[in-house]
Design a protein around this ligand. Structure first.
Ligand SMILES: Cc1cc2nc3c(=O)[nH]c(=O)nc-3n(C[C@H](O)[C@H](O)[C@H](O)COP(=O)(O)O)c2cc1C
Length: 231
């Protein structure tokens, strides 16, 4: 395939993707296609390679319903439809790590460096030291909220990659920040077995096939506003 073919396919996918408000409830994404999307998330980069997130896939309609009341960005409240929660083929919640698991001496980090990244013991200590300096000195990432916000930034990379690849495969998606954080945390703890001390919800994501055409054409700032070339 020529370079210009690839360029036009990429731009086609970016123009195809829109924040889909309602999906065709009858059309399901095949298992192998969805696994490809999951793999793009798993292979996404993260700062220091710490992978500080987990995607909770919620396919059980009753479980989705537990979230619906306070998930105003996916319950059709803004457009009078059934919304993404009820119609999406696949629905995920990105959970992000907290201060408890993301400080350099935590079990999670130690296990991650040794057993996932497979660093030798002497490198684990040096790597942990760099990571600690980055958090405490360079970026001032202190306290639970800042740590989970930093973790969320890593999750959003995976989110973006999933949506792009979905669009390249003709699959629609919608990222969801329209939810009440406190109520979501409480339901996740009570009904989904998510320990809020270890994991906090950051963003949600719906995938499926659009039920109709996008409600409006894409609008964006001009390239001049978005990019400034330093002379
Ligand atoms: C992080 C994030 C959260 C979003 N949350 C919601 C949401 O809760 N509900 C919704 O319908 N759209 C949501 N959107 C979609 C945006 O409104 C949409 O991407 C933006 O208006 C641009 O439109 P387009 O994606 O169709 O090009 C969200 C987008 C992002 C990136």
């Amino acid at each position: 395939m020529s370079h210009s073919d690839v360029q036009s396919q990429i731009l086609e996918a970016f123009n195809f993707r829109h924040a889909t408000k309602v999906f065709d409830p009858e059309r399901k994404i095949s298992e192998s296609t969805f696994n490809t999307l999951l793999e793009t998330a798993r292979l996404s980069p993260s700062s220091f390679g710490m992978e500080p997130w987990q995607l909770l896939v919620v396919q059980n309609p009753e479980k989705r319903e537990l979230l619906r009341e306070f998930t105003w960005g996916a319950n059709g409240a803004t457009n009078g439809s059934e919304g993404q929660l009820r119609t999406a083929s696949h629905y995920g919640i990105f959970l992000v790590h907290t201060g408890m698991t993301m400080t350099h001496h935590s079990d999670y980090i130690q296990n991650h460096l040794k057993n996932v990244k497979q660093l030798p013991d002497e490198v684990v200590d040096a790597y942990g030291g760099f990571y600690q300096k980055f958090q405490e000195h360079d970026f001032h990432i202190e306290g639970d909220r800042q740590i989970s916000d930093w973790a969320a930034r890593q999750a959003y990379i995976a989110l973006g990659n999933m949506m792009t690849v979905a669009a390249m495969m003709g699959i629609d998606s919608c990222p969801i920040e329209g939810f009440e954080m406190d109520k979501t945390i409480a339901v996740l703890e009570e009904h989904f077995g998510v320990d809020p001390k270890r994991y906090q919800p950051a963003v949600q994501i719906a995938f499926g096939y659009r039920a109709g055409e996008p409600p409006h054409p894409k609008t964006r700032r001009s390239m001049d506003e978005v990019v400034r070339w330093v002379p």
